[in-house]
Design a protein around this ligand. Structure first.
Ligand code: SAM
Length: 312
């Protein structure tokens, strides 16, 4: 690996040319060409992984590209599994990482993965031994939200998401949304969905000049740290795990409805699914104004409202 300078523009171009490739817009291929950036992403990711005091750590990378971030993940983590959709990059990665014995590259679409089964298959031994699994990626921007929603929704809500952390580079504008609190201008469905499962923190900004080709937008790296599960933000959640899961899915759907029609009041936005009388009653009993909009409500408040609506 040492013989490749994976953040050097000429080296990246040479490697791509050798394998008859060029950056594919359709796959969101903007490769990092400043060593400091992937180095720092890997460090931040590993720091989050180590917070709980475990000794063994694995990481799932989504979209290794030519390996700019992968190389530092391999230096840091015990085990790295990198999922790459672009078949053309697989032989390139095999050459570059020929000597990396802690890396597995899987040629597949992340969106098609059965995530729980995949983590068990690749990280089962580390997990059994009390270790952690993290996700780290310079995400393809065309599917940032679906990827994050998949990571948040693939696991039961009654327990923490079984990931030590999710450290991702996204568009700056999206980063702001991920970390926004209720009532702020950037707050949206994804902010509330994340708050149901954990806390998002903006770690650092990355300008467009750090990529080949440079994207049209600025970027930022965000760390998402899961909390203890939905009961941590809503203590009255049903004790039965099945009921708790159903409740959490209802809250997620309610959030989607609430933000589906942004300029509408909550009452109108969820009107197709819940009667106005019931929602008005729930809001009133919680001391929330009847003309409130979704963007003013925290994840905990969404839970309280759905709790009232479902008689929980
Ligand atoms: N990690 C590299 C870097 O930082 O230079 C590349 C990042 S590039 C922004 C996104 C990568 O994700 C590309 O390699 C792209 O082919 C890959 N990708 C896009 N969609 C994907 C998907 N659905 N599943 C897996 N990988 C995907």
């Amino acid at each position: 690996m040492a013989q490749f300078d994976l953040c050097n523009q000429s080296e990246v171009k040479r490697l791509l040319e050798k394998y008859d490739l060029s950056p594919k817009k359709g796959y969101g291929q903007n490769f990092l060409i400043n060593t400091n950036v992937p180095y720092r992403i890997a460090e931040e990711s590993y720091e989050i992984a180590c917070r709980g005091g475990s000794e063994r750590h694995g990481v799932l990378e989504i979209g290794p590209g030519v390996g700019a971030l992968t190389q530092y993940l391999c230096d840091t983590y015990e085990k790295v599994v990198a999922v790459e959709i672009d078949r053309g990059l697989i032989p390139l990665l095999s050459e570059v990482f020929e000597d990396a014995d802690n890396l597995t590259v899987v040629n597949t679409d992340f969106m098609e993965l059965d995530l729980a089964a995949f983590l068990e298959e690749h990280f089962g031994a580390i997990i059994k031994d009390g270790g952690t699994v993290s996700v780290c990626a310079n995400l393809p921007y065309y599917i940032t939200t679906p990827v994050l929603m998949k990571l948040l929704e693939a696991f039961p809500y009654n327990a923490p998401v079984p990931l030590a952390g999710i450290t991702v580079m996204v568009q700056l504008e999206v980063a702001r949304r991920l970390c926004a609190s209720a009532g702020s201008a950037d707050y949206g469905a994804i902010s509330a969905a994340i708050a149901l499962r954990g806390e998002a923190v903006k770690l650092f900004d990355v300008s467009a000049g750090n990529f080949l080709p440079p994207p049209k937008v600025a970027s930022a790296v965000v760390g998402i740290i899961p909390h203890g599960g939905i009961r941590e933000i809503y203590g009255s959640c049903p004790e039965d795990d099945g009921e708790c899961e159903k409740f959490a899915r209802d809250v997620s759907e309610f959030i989607r409805l609430a933000f589906g029609q942004r300029r509408k009041t909550l009452l109108n936005a969820v009107g197709e699914r819940y009667s106005k009388a019931a929602v008005t009653g729930a809001l009133e009993s919680l001391g929330i104004r009847a003309d409130i909009r979704g963007e003013k409500l925290s994840a905990a408040q969404f839970c309280e409202i759905v709790g009232k609506l479902k008689g929980i």
